[in-house]
Design a binder for this molecule. Structure first.
Ligand code: SUG
Length: 448
């Protein structure tokens, strides 16, 4: 059995981070619409998390922000002339589309792709399927640059396969790793891949949320499993509870998280909790792992508290010296029910023996907690050596990125600031410099 580690690839928050109320069904996004953001603080908060986890011995890397604004989008919908003219006119006539073109949402890399490690796939390579994110206008074009970035980092085709996003149509709504959990006995041995979907395109009578959209379809999840060559007995498709989607649980990672043989989940996470656990236990038998389910009752923590604190949008990490740490946002410590639940959880000695909390408020205000900010990639030694090394988080890279953020990022971005063409020029200058820091020349040399 190969030794393998879980690498967390966090999204570096881009310089246009703002609150544009673009994500219907994500209550934080709606609630903070038009609030003034602080992109500098957002990026520094994300970097502080990456640095702290790297310093603790966790394998940590970074994914770059995307080129913004997306002039291709604005020109495709009829805005012409110089870049400045395109910005000024779209700000007047279609400010929501300008906000989409400026979206910094690629920071939530849990939505970048679904990843299957080489120990799970038929051809023995690590597979990535870039998520099409087609439920939301502002996220629907991320896949083009995400694919470029992943192919630049995981370029060695003997080890890695990066699949294009699924066709951009509602039947294939795909939100990537946010609706995918891998459970296993050890990272380097075959695991169980659990896909959680919100609706079924070709079963109109199947349960589905009534108020908010279900972003992931069963058909998309099945397609990703096929592309990756996953084994039938170790692959599960579980339906998310539609009633919780209607309460703001727009991705499964807002209500459940797994790592190793541990599944930490809310009683109301799945449409059929008992059925899901039976299937999961059976699949876990196939990989000789006993499932350790940590179920949180609604009486202990309500769905509303789970959504406002992002208790389940935590990172559950295996510590280098044994045990697991739960990485939560500060909001969890500020909610009495959640804070006392967490105290009891750690005291109970059930797998999770440590808590770490981070201030990620800038991201949280758009509905992005610790787990949204990271994409998990399990790599064995040869794969880790084959990937691009310039994105690995070290003290040196951290220092350089902090200096770069301090130099280029604004500490205030109001909705009306997007109308200023100088913002686009400043972002371009910043991103050009970033390619040198991450040693990814040419990353932004393309026409979206
Ligand atoms: O897709 N928010 C993101 C948050 C993604 C969280 N990801 C995970 N749960 N894995 C979304 O809803 C808000 C943008 C705005 O309103 O300005 C936004 O896109």
């Amino acid at each position: 059995m190969a030794t393998a580690r879980e690498y967390n690839f966090d999204g570096l928050v881009g310089p246009s981070h703002n609150y544009a109320g673009l994500s219907f069904g994500n209550v934080a996004s709606a609630h903070n619409f038009k609030r003034v953001s602080n992109p500098k603080q957002a990026a520094l908060q994300g970097l502080a998390k990456m640095r702290a986890l790297a310093a603790r011995g966790f394998a940590q890397a970074v994914l770059p922000p995307q080129s913004r604004p997306n002039f291709g989008l604005l020109r495709a919908i009829g805005f012409t002339g110089s870049d400045a003219e395109v910005i000024e006119r779209s700000a007047r006539e279609a400010p929501m589309f300008l906000a989409c073109a400026y979206s910094a949402a690629p920071m939530w890399t849990a939505n970048a792709a679904t990843v299957s490690p080489s120990s799970d796939t038929a051809d023995g390579r690590a597979h990535f399927t870039v998520a099409n994110l087609n439920n939301k206008m502002h996220r629907s074009f991320e896949h083009l640059e995400t694919g470029r970035a992943l192919r630049a980092i995981f370029a060695d085709e003997r080890q890695f396969v990066v699949h294009d996003a699924l066709p951009p149509t509602p039947a294939f709504g795909d939100e990537g790793a946010a609706n995918h959990t891998r459970l296993c006995a050890a990272y380097g041995s075959p695991g169980v891949e659990m896909f959680v979907y919100g609706r079924v395109e070709f079963e109109p009578d199947a349960p589905a949320p009534k108020h908010y959209p279900a972003r992931q379809t069963l058909e998309a999840s099945q397609s990703v499993a096929r592309l990756h060559g996953l084994h039938e007995n170790r692959t599960l498709f579980i339906q998310q509870n539609p009633a919780t989607i209607d309460q703001g649980v727009f991705h499964n990672d807002v209500i459940a998280v797994g790592n190793g043989n541990v599944l930490f989940y809310h009683q109301q996470a799945f449409a059929d909790e008992t059925g899901a656990l039976v299937k999961l236990r059976k699949a876990m038998d196939e990989v000789h792992a006993g499932l350790h389910a940590i179920r949180v009752d609604a009486a202990e923590v309500s769905v509303a508290d789970a959504v406002s604190t992002y208790l389940f949008n935590s990172q559950l990490l295996s510590k280098p010296d044994g045990g697991m740490v739960l990485v939560v946002p500060h909001e969890c410590r500020e909610n009495q029910a959640v804070a006392s639940f967490l105290e009891r959880l750690v005291a109970s000695g059930r797998s999770i023996d440590e808590l770490l909390s981070f201030d990620l408020r800038q991201s949280m205000r758009n509905g992005g907690g610790p787990a949204c900010l990271r994409l998990r990639v399990i790599l064995d030694d040869a794969e880790a050596a084959a990937m691009h090394q310039g994105v690995l988080m070290t003290e040196h890279l951290y220092d350089r990125l902090v200096a770069w953020v301090e130099k280029h990022y604004r500490d205030r971005l109001a909705p009306e600031d997007l109308a200023d063409p100088k913002l686009a020029v400043d972002i371009q200058t910043a991103l050009d410099e970033l390619t040198g820091i991450l040693q990814l020349p040419g990353l932004y040399d393309f026409q979206p």
